[in-house]
Design a protein around this ligand. Structure first.
Ligand SMILES: [Zn+2]
Length: 244
């Protein structure tokens, strides 16, 4: 199972909501693209399902990890010009499922932010890279976001407590999926690479143990660029799906 070929991105996007399971997910796959959107005048907001309480590589006391990772995500967002960073409550790192409760919480966020485009993780597993992109929390978040976009957020009768609270139905027109199989829409992030690197360095609890983060990124994003006909550049790649 894979995605169909990407649709051409919408030309008239003014708001984007990025929804990911853990702090750092948006930055590894997409921070360069986010920086380019911000530069283009698009209003970008982040919504994190968990605070990444199961992450880390050192002896930081476990009870400190959620607040540490929240602060890291806010700093990483600032590095690419994103000011709005929100976290859902009640979801634990490693325990995310595409539940009705998560769909409801995502619909509430969608109806508040009213984004034209959502960027999220792929609900489709990459069998060639189980570690990283295919973390079950990523797959569950991508699935729950997709269900929240269609049908929930646009259906005024779904999760009726939200309409009762004044959150009117909203139709998201496009989803960008990160980390899925065979992404075919490449974004050249050469000009904003330094800001992506700064965003990832802000996640010190996750990246400071890596001996050569910049080299690893240049190699990975450079290979993506070459695969998409842009040798010598660095790219991030996605699948773009119209959801109108
Ligand atoms: Zn993650």
């Amino acid at each position: 199972m894979s995605f169909p070929p990407s649709a051409p991105p919408l030309p008239d996007v003014s708001r984007v909501l990025c929804v990911f399971a853990h702090p750092d997910d948006v930055d590894f796959g997409s921070a360069g693209t986010v920086a380019a959107w911000v530069d283009a005048g698009i209003e970008v907001s982040y919504l994190l399902v968990t605070r990444g309480d199961a992450g880390g590589f050192d002896d930081t006391p476990r009870h400190e990890m959620p607040l540490l990772r929240e602060a890291e995500q806010r700093a990483a967002a600032a590095a690419v010009g994103v000011e709005t960073v929100e976290f859902l409550e009640g979801y634990r790192d490693g325990s995310v499922t595409a539940s009705l409760e998560l769909r409801r919480d995502l619909v509430a966020a969608i109806r508040r932010h009213r984004p034209d485009r959502i960027l999220t993780s792929s609900p489709l597993r990459r069998w060639d890279r189980i570690a990283g992109p295919s973390h079950p929390d990523h797959l569950a978040t991508g699935e729950a976001v997709t269900c929240a976009v269609y049908p929930d957020a646009r259906n005024p009768f779904a999760h009726p407590e939200l309409a009762a609270a004044g959150l009117a139905a909203w139709t998201v027109r496009e989803i960008w999926y990160s980390g899925g199989p065979d992404p075919d829409h490449a974004v050249d992030v050469t000009g904003v690479f330094d800001r992506k690197l700064a965003a990832l360095r802000a996640h010190a609890s996750q990246t400071s143990h890596l001996p050569d983060l910049e080299g690893m990124l240049r190699e990975r994003l450079g290979a993506l660029a070459t695969a998409h006909g842009l040798p010598g550049r660095v790219c991030e790649a996605f699948t773009v799906i119209r959801t109108e």
